[in-house]
Design a protein around this ligand. Structure first.
Ligand code: ATP
Ligand code: MG
Length: 635
């Protein structure tokens, strides 16, 4: 997509031949359309990698997440082995020191053993450092991918998902679920390898020191520990699930109250909210306390088993020393190793918790990632070539979800360059119709066509880049005014941004602001008035210069003189562009080429303002009511 729209005149002929249903631009408009196209910006592909593809591979699992970093993980494992061996060499060296150095009176051996001990400590520090740095890097890498994958998935999901899911729940996916995985990657998996290998190493050492004592240990202590651990696992599984559900409630309540902070203030609901929040937090606290109590009971009991085990080994081992079947050095090393055995088993249970939390976070994320867009982009979809702007609704019936249809059998053709005013009572389906045109939803029956292309056959990005929508609720992003105006066309020059602002009458505001275009818009533009926000949204659409412009009550918050100014500016911008304008103030409808009257989801009348007034139908009624009120307001 380069070369701009300038060279497109020729391209059109080709595209028209390939897509015969589109009859072409009426000859009287041809020249003006060409003039507009000569000046058209090129909305190139965005730089960031983002694909609308539905099937982004198989469901997310831990193994699939780790697979791409297999080589790095093998390296980490080697470092873990080195770390554990240097960490656990101590008791073996102690045994040699006692038996060969002290008992046999060999000072040289004693010194050598002490020096080697020192060396292993230093080496252990080095290995631990390298392992930590290495695994942190791998973990962060995996998390970055995951965050990006979830974010781009959220960007891809269709509107019905956002209408269904509370924002708080979506936020928890990105915060506590990803956080649970962070802990798993940073602590869990690494500790699993380290502690697991310690258990293996120590068990091996116990057998080397004294197979008999080792068997006693493994038969007496390990099964007790295992039973205890299994009990704990069963209980903590359930308890952690409750904790996770409760934190969702806390976040959801928080998010809702932050979003609705002004309504809260207006109705003085602070006290009530604090009470509700205290209850939500209280329930969460209870759930946390329950898991903490469980963990305390478990760690107390396992410590008890450990110390009792030491006493038994001291008795049995001491007896074997007396019998001459074991040296003192061996017994010392054995007892030292025994103390090293319990900590890792406990740690492994902790790791198991982290693993569980990570897995349930992963499960939530997997479910989220499995939700497909309800408006999918089909594999065979092609890029929509630069359009001329012919819009057609063919037998369109539409229902939200499984509800009753809100649009019935809509047939409408809008010629390129034509301005259509969509009027009708509240709830008659005006916004729904334009949402279908932007393909936020697909019709239940019938088709919506743009230049003869069924919207379902074209790539969404190529469609939306050529459509501009100014919604009733203007949304501003955190950033400067310039960023917000140039949202759809970031490469626009300052001059173009200024022109767009001037066209909608924002110059006064820009002059008043000390930083002009660089003034930051805070979250959602709260520091601007509702009308100013609408003006910015209009400037944004002006600058984007889409082929088809949709204005859904885009001027509803403006005073009459601002609206009149917008009307004039619109006439410049809309000339030769297809436009659908929804407005309750019929002054807009009067200037449109044709008026479409919707009633209860059906097209009731179509025609120019004068035709419809003469027809004395519903529009004529609407118009006379509006006239009376408008005159009343003016008086
Ligand atoms: N997301 C949605 N889910 C379910 N029903 C919806 C949704 N959006 C709108 N509706 C319903 O569809 C009908 C048409 O709504 P629509 O927003 O198209 O009306 P409208 O003509 O734009 O009204 P207004 O003039 O008030 O903006 C209404 O009855 C509304 O309740
Ligand atoms: Mg509406």
């Amino acid at each position: 997509m380069s070369g701009g729209f300038g060279g497109i005149g020729g391209g059109f002929a080709g595209s028209r031949a390939a897509n015969t249903p589109f009859a072409g631009i009426p000859s009287e408009l041809r020249e003006r359309v060409d003039a507009v196209q000569a000046d058209e910006p090129d909305h190139g592909e965005p730089d960031a990698a983002f694909s609308q593809d539905v099937g982004e591979g198989r469901p997310l699992t831990l193994r699939r997440m780790l697979a791409p970093r297999r080589a790095g993980l093998v390296g980490a494992l080697a470092l873990v082995v080195a770390e554990v061996v240097t960490m656990q060499a101590g008791p073996l060296l102690t045994q040699v020191g006692i038996d060969r150095g002290i008992r046999d009176g060999e000072r040289g051996v004693l010194t050598a053993v002490a020096l080697i001990y020192l060396a292993t400590v230093v080496a252990n520090w080095g290995f631990a450092w390298a392992r930590g740095a290495w695994t942190a890097r791998i973990g962060e890498d995996l998390l970055e991918r995951l965050r990006l994958r979830v974010f781009s998935h959220l960007q891809r999901l269709s509107l019905p998902f956002y209408e269904r899911e509370p924002a708080g729940r979506i936020m928890t996916r990105m915060t506590s679920d990803v956080e649970a995985l962070t802990q798993l990657f940073h602590e869990g998996l690494v500790q699993f390898a380290v502690q697991g290998f310690i258990v293996v190493f120590v068990t091996g050492a116990l057998f080397i020191l004294d197979p008999f004592l080792a068997v006693v240990t493994l038969l007496g202590v390990v099964p007790t520990m295992a039973v205890l651990t299994v009990w704990f696992r069963g209980r903590s599984d359930a308890a952690y699930r409750v904790v996770r559900q409760r934190i969702q409630d806390v976040v959801a309540h928080l998010a809702e109250n932050l979003a609705g902070v002004r309504v809260v203030a207006a109705f003085s609901r602070h006290r009530h909210n604090v009470v509700v929040h205290r209850n939500t937090v209280g329930v969460y606290q209870d759930a946390n306390l329950r898991t903490a109590k469980l963990a305390a009971r478990y760690s107390g009991a396992s410590e008890l088993i450990g110390i009792a085990g030491q006493a038994v080994i001291l008795a049995v081992g001491g007896w074997r020393v007396v019998q001459g079947q074991l040296t003192i050095g061996q017994l010392s090393a054995f007892v030292l190793y025994l103390t090293q055995l319990f900590a890792p088993i406990q740690q492994l249970v902790q790791v198991y918790n982290a693993y569980q939390r990570g897995q349930s976070g992963l499960r939530e994320l997997r479910e989220l990632l499995l939700i497909g867009p309800t408006v999918p982009e089909y594999r065979e979809a092609t890029a929509l070539p630069p359009i001329e702007g012919e819009v057609r609704f063919e037998g369109v019936t539409f229902a939200y979800g499984h509800a009753e249809p809100v649009l019935h059998d809509i047939d409408l053709r809008i010629a390129p360059g034509e301005t259509i005013a969509l009027v009708g009572p509240t709830g008659s389906g005006k916004s729904t119709m334009v949402k279908l045109l932007a393909r936020f939803y697909d019709p239940s029956q019938g088709r919506v066509l743009l230049d003869g292309h069924d919207l379902r056959d074209v790539r969404l990005s190529s469609l939306r880049r050529q459509l501009g929508t100014v919604p009733q609720e203007a949304f501003l992003f955190a950033g400067s005014i310039r960023d917000n105006v140039a949202f759809a066309r970031p490469q626009a020059s300052d001059r173009q941004v200024r022109d767009a602002c001037e066209a909608v009458g924002l110059t006064g505001l820009l002059e008043r602001l000390p930083l002009g275009l660089d003034t930051p818009c805070h979250e959602r533009g709260v520091s601007l008035s509702a009308g100013e926000r609408q003006l910015l949204a209009l400037a944004r659409a002006f600058l984007a210069r889409p082929r088809v412009l949709i204005l859904d009550e885009a001027t509803s918050n403006l005073d009459l003189s601002s609206e009149a100014r917008i009307e004039r500016a619109l006439q410049v911008v809309l000339r030769d562009r297809t436009a659908i304008v929804i407005a309750h103030r019929l002054s807009t409808a009067m200037r449109a080429d044709r008026v479409v009257v919707l009633h209860d989801g059906r097209i009731d009348e179509v025609g120019s303002h004068h035709e419809l007034v003469e027809a004395e139908g519903r529009y004529a009624q609407l118009y006379s009511t509006w006239r009376i009120h408008a005159d009343g307001d003016a008086a």
